[in-house]
Design a protein around this ligand. Structure first.
Ligand code: HEM
Length: 476
């Protein structure tokens, strides 16, 4: 986020005393100017836990895996998730599990968890592959004439298509496009709210606020429409031959808590929008960064293709194939290491907590940044190198790396519920696209990460699309 949590501290009444440091602004200008460079440098130059001086709020960046494990897992109840960024997101996502905590979060997380069990997610494999094949068919003529495409926009459309089909159970691509347009407005709003020091309240009819309200109405109409149709459908006996629906919406409509109570209509809406928002942009970024890194590292792309050709020949991939594709998985793990889409998160201490000799007071902000942890020289050999083979080293050498050194999906109580879904989707997409197409970086185009709520390529990712000549092995 360009102004990140830092700027938001202006919007929140300071809970503790002022932090001293550089008069008035402290680290804010450096943090705002280039957040990615700032946190990396602070992590290496300052003692742990790294103190960040923000006006009106004391903040720390945690750089030791054991500290992160405490905040996210062992002592998570001592920290609140309701940071200003999550509050801004809650104006859109309501009380879905990404933007809630405590008893209501736990109740919903338990009700939703079964929808993400291994078998359920595996059952989405067919839909995922069909969506990638539809994209592949659309790319075919573009590749023949060597067109330039915006890979970031293409990956966003793909992951939205997959999310609307598997989670909402809507086969209509029009729905995916409409969800895409409205999510775009809403995300712009959330990112804008983060950037602005003095946000205009939502009830003031500015152009942006009106667009936000319109987008909310559109997404509400779509989700409530789907929810109502599904609930009515649930009330009658299924027609003979009618397939049992396995999408997330059906599972949520049927879910009951320990007291036998279902989710209300509003709660269903909040969870659905949460899954659309959390479930597409992150995976789209993962795929975009992977494609870009592969274009810069032909030797990695070659090894990936060898593995795919060997394991799949000319067949479409299926979930059952993924265990035989360790290098494909390593490529994705490595892309997530270098460009973790959820590059930073934060918590607020509810009570005083000590990290070594440092006492963190109630109300202090603690940042956890996968971007920082994944590039710490103390934890990674040659941290800046894109080297998927590091993930295939013997277990013993990898075991020396502490837990919470690698955390693209977070960790502990609030760990990403969609990890399995995302990794499966990314591997299947890569297995289809990498064998059919070549994506080349455009000469002279500088690709930079933009650290907003998620980290995407700034201004999109234009690349030249070409057809891959059938490899000797696959053609044989
Ligand atoms: C590569 C793709 C993804 C990445 C990098 C990612 C990353 C994360 C991270 C870091 C968190 C924890 C945030 C925190 O602790 O503050 C999280 C939480 C969450 N993610 Fe993901 N995510 C991805 C894909 C997905 C997908 C596909 C879904 C749903 C289909 C999803 C749904 C969620 C939800 C609902 C939470 C909140 C969990 C809770 O608090 O109980 N994510 N994700």
């Amino acid at each position: 986020m360009t102004l990140t949590e830092a700027a938001l501290s202006f919007m929140v009444p300071p809970p503790g005393e002022l932090t001293g440091g550089v008069p008035l602004l402290g680290d804010l200008p450096a943090f705002v100017h280039d957040p990615l460079a700032f946190v990396l440098e602070a992590a290496e130059r300052r003692p742990a836990p790294v103190r960040i001086d923000l006006p009106g709020r004391r903040a720390y960046l945690l750089t030791e895996p054991s500290e992160i494990q405490f905040v996210l897992r062992d002592g998570y109840k001592r920290f609140s998730k309701m940071t200003p960024v999550y509050r801004a997101m809650a104006t859109i996502l309501g009380e879905g599990i990404l933007t809630s905590e405590g008893d209501s979060w736990l109740r919903h997380r338990r009700m939703i968890q079964p929808a993400f069990h291994k078998r359920r997610v595996e059952a989405f494999g067919g839909s995922m592959v069909r969506a990638v094949q539809a994209l592949s068919a659309r790319w075919e003529p573009l590749a023949r004439r060597g067109a330039t495409i915006d890979v970031a926009a293409e990956m966003t459309r793909l992951t939205l298509h997959i999310v609307t089909e598997t989670l909402l159970g809507s086969k209509a691509l029009d729905d995916a496009d409409e969800v895409g347009r409205t999510m775009d407005v809403l995300q712009r709003y959330a990112n804008g709210a983060i950037r602005r020091l003095w946000p205009v309240p939502l009830w003031v009819p500015t152009r942006e606020n009106r667009a936000h309200a319109r987008a909310l109405r559109a997404i509400d109409a779509l989700t409530y429409g789907l929810i109502d149709a599904r609930r009515v459908g649930r009330g009658r006996d299924s027609e003979p031959g009618e397939a049992v629906r396995t999408d997330l919406l059906s599972i949520l409509v049927d879910a009951r808590d320990d007291d036998g109570a279902p989710l209300s209509r509003r709660q269903l809406r909040d969870e659905l929008i949460t899954f659309i928002a959390a479930g597409h942009d992150t995976t789209a970024n993962t795929l975009s960064w992977t494609m870009w890194l592969l274009s810069l590292h032909p030797e990695v792309a070659r090894r990936l293709l060898d593995e795919l050709d060997e394991a799949l020949g000319v067949d479409a991939p299926s979930v059952a194939d993924l265990d035989r594709l360790p290098y494909t998985r390593a490529v994705i793990d490595e892309a997530l290491r270098l460009y973790p889409p959820a590059w930073i998160t934060a918590r607020i201490a509810r009570e005083p907590v000590s990290f070594g000799v440092q006492r963190v007071a109630a109300g202090d902000l603690v940042f956890v940044s996968p971007w920082v942890m994944h590039r710490r020289p103390a934890l990674w050999r040659d941290p800046e190198a894109f080297d998927p083979a590091r993930w295939l080293e013997p277990e013993a050498s990898r075991a020396s790396r502490p837990a919470f050194a690698y955390l693209p999906f977070g960790g502990g109580a609030h760990k990403c519920i969609g990890e399995r879904f995302a990794l499966q989707e990314a591997a299947l997409a890569l297995a289809v696209l990498a064998r059919r197409f070549v994506l080349e970086a455009l000469p002279g185009v500088r690709v930079q990460p933009e650290p907003l709520i998620t980290m995407s390529p700034r201004g999109g990712l234009p690349m030249r699309l070409g057809l891959r000549p059938p490899s000797a092995r696959a053609a044989a």
